[in-house]
Design a protein around this ligand. Structure first.
Ligand SMILES: *Cc1c(COP(=O)(O)O)cnc(C)c1O
Length: 435
């Protein structure tokens, strides 16, 4: 039994993930976490998408250690440093130039919500309007500005003040597969008496990571871009969780062929789990006054070192992209087989790239039981969605196919176990009712 007494005694009740994974983790390498007792776990959570290249990735770690050994600048506010210069050059060479894109970079405070706050603030300044459109089940962070654009009732309820200046529209698929929710949004925009205050911007995730692995179709995203252009709204893609390669390309919206006005990146941007966030903005939108938006930790140079190295190592050509696509097929085929093996269980699969969800029937707690069972068997995996009904697979992009198969096997056993318990329970209930 793991001793978590000091955490229970000293740490605030607000703690979350330690409750799902009640052990003391000690070491981590690649896709394997190890606890204090030496027990190993395969990691299908990857720090909620922060460790796309695995734990302690040797390519990044070596650069980092080398940098520290030479007394490279660690904290630099937003002063120019060699590490930052090299990161800017890498972004230009690896991400922007090959795509023919032109974006300015705004370095914000280190967490994702800091980038979202900056993006929303800038959009409101540019358009001189307060309202922002966000989507049902959207997640954009928990500081006040981004929380207003976050749909989840648990997080909203913790705010303690009114969260305003945001209108929620139905995400793709929200009203079922046959309803085009974009038609509703368009109708509201066209009707001067719809009650919708003209939005400055729309903020969207192409795949809703926290909201239940809801996937927007390419067509829906292109329609959204068209609406933004026709109605003078900025398009902000929040690529914090599903960017940095998670869906197969570096940016999640590339396959849709859209070009957002503003992009937010964080989570796997440093590649090493070091905090770092970024806002990409079209140059003509850069109306910031010098120093008008700041933050002490905008210059985490250690993160710049690993971020640049991640770009150079994995994104300079398309070899890595293809590996991710092969792993996507492995996961997808396997999950679809699992769903077919239990035709009466109400299971389904959705996702893109290496963010895939095994969707269970809401309200039964099944996904949480599968996750708990999987943890017992040595797999770290989380659930998401409004009712925690989606088992979310988020392995490192660098995981080898053997470890991937091991993790998938644990899920399969856990599903089998949880479903057989359910059948037994149902039988007992039926027998009880017959009496
Ligand atoms: C995690 C996340 C955020 C917030 O990032 P933090 O680092 O937790 O502040 C914002 N948007 C999306 C899409 C995220 O997944």
């Amino acid at each position: 039994m793991t001793d978590l007494k000091i955490f229970d005694r000293m740490e605030s009740e607000v703690r979350g993930y330690v409750r799902s994974f009640p052990v003391v983790f000690n070491k981590a390498r690649g896709s394997v976490l190890e606890d204090e007792s030496g027990r190993q776990y395969i990691d299908f959570f990857s720090g909620a998408g922060t460790l796309n290249y695995g734990h302690n990735n040797p390519h990044l770690k070596d650069k980092l250690i080398e940098y520290l050994h030479t007394d490279g600048v660690v904290h630099g506010l937003d002063m120019a440093t060699s590490a930052k210069k090299y990161f800017l050059e890498s972004v230009d060479r690896v991400l922007l130039k090959p795509r023919g894109w032109n974006y300015r970079l705004q370095f914000t405070g280190p967490t994702g919500t800091n980038a979202v706050e900056a993006a929303l603030k800038l959009a409101r300044q540019i358009k001189g309007r307060q309202n922002i459109v966000s989507f049902t089940h959207g997640f954009h962070g928990v500081s006040m500005g981004s929380l207003a654009a976050t749909a989840n009732a648990k997080f909203r309820g913790a705010a303690g003040v009114a969260l305003g200046n945001t209108t929620f529209m139905p995400y793709d698929g929200y009203l079922g597969p046959d309803v085009n929710t974009m038609a509703y949004f368009e109708r509201l925009l066209e009707d001067p008496s719809s009650g919708l205050d003209h939005p400055a911007a729309v903020i969207v995730e192409t795949v809703q990571g926290e909201g239940g692995v809801n996937v927007a179709t390419q067509r829906w995203l292109r329609e959204l871009q068209r609406l933004c252009r026709e109605h003078d709204m900025l398009l902000i893609v929040d690529d914090i969780q599903v960017g940095c390669g998670r869906t197969g390309r570096f940016f999640s919206f590339e396959q849709a062929g859209i070009s957002p006005d503003i992009i937010t990146l964080s989570k796997s941007l440093s590649g090493f789990g070091l905090p770092m966030s970024l806002v990409l903005l079209r140059p003509e939108l850069d109306i910031w006054k010098p120093g008008a938006h700041n933050g002490t930790f905008r210059g985490n140079n250690l993160a710049f070192v690993t971020a640049a190295q991640a770009l150079e190592t994995y994104w300079a050509d398309d070899a890595f992209e293809q590996q991710v696509q092969a792993k996507e097929r492995q996961v997808r085929d396997w999950l679809e087989n699992l769903v077919h093996s239990y035709p009466d269980a109400g299971l389904s699969v959705r996702g893109r790239g290496l963010i895939q969800g095994l969707v269970t029937v809401p309200g039964e707690g099944l996904a949480n039981r599968i996750a708990a069972q999987a943890f017992e068997q040595g797999l770290v995996i989380e659930t998401s969605g409004a009712h925690d009904e989606v088992l979310k697979l988020l392995p490192a992009l660098t995981i080898d196919s053997e470890q991937l198969a091991q993790g998938l096997n644990i899920i399969e056993r856990s599903v089998a176990q949880c479903l057989s318990q359910r059948t037994t329970k149902a039988r007992v209930l039926k027998l009880g009712g017959a009496r």
